[in-house]
Design a protein around this ligand. Sequence first.
Ligand code: DC
Length: 228
Amino acid sequence: MRRVVTIDGPAGSGKSTVARIVADRLGWRLLDTGAMYRSVALAALRAGIDLADEEALGALAGRVTVTMPPGQVLLDDQDVTREIRTVEVTRVTRFAAENPRVRQVLASWQRAFAAENDTITEGRDQGTIVFPDAPCKFFLTADPTERARRRHAEFLQRGESISFEDVLRDQLRRDAEDTERAIAPLRPADDATLIDTTGRTIDEIATIVETAARRCSGETCFPEPPQS
Ligand code: DC
């Protein structure tokens, strides 16, 4: 019997770090669903496909494979762990996120992953669309300036030169795209626990999520797949 904890929220809310720590502590697998959308966008860039061509991009998602062995992201067996985090890929990933066929393909990969592994999954729609019956859901937020500061530090750490102002502007645009898109918009599930991470330590948040996940572990909590 497999278990799933969902962590959704905007970029820079701390969800990726929290999800990684909790997965390590529990010995569960981490599912970084943003990495899947980024990988499809990268595949399109590499193939020279017009990302705005909804049909072509949807068909591409049906042809590529994205696998996630611990700590790695493989696009058709090639390691793209670093490349999917560049500013360029980050900017065009919205085309993959807005594409209904891409979302359908990736949601089925995500459910297949969670059927095989006890999973901490993080993204935008995990609690609302992909695992609506997960018994343990979180939605993380933080003040926009603090989120941009965290993202800026990540880019600098990876050696990418970008100004704080550009990170903040890109983030505001992505927030709007994520929350306003017609399909699978970013929003908390009705039964998600909301946590504002502003000014709080990652360890504090990770412990809250870990405690809830352990409580859930005692139960049968593999979600029934939605009928679609
Ligand atoms: O979490 P991230 O920044 O790596 O996500 C990259 C993009 O993918 C982001 O703009 C929103 C989108 N995304 C999504 O639409 N649904 C998900 N489950 C995960 C990410």
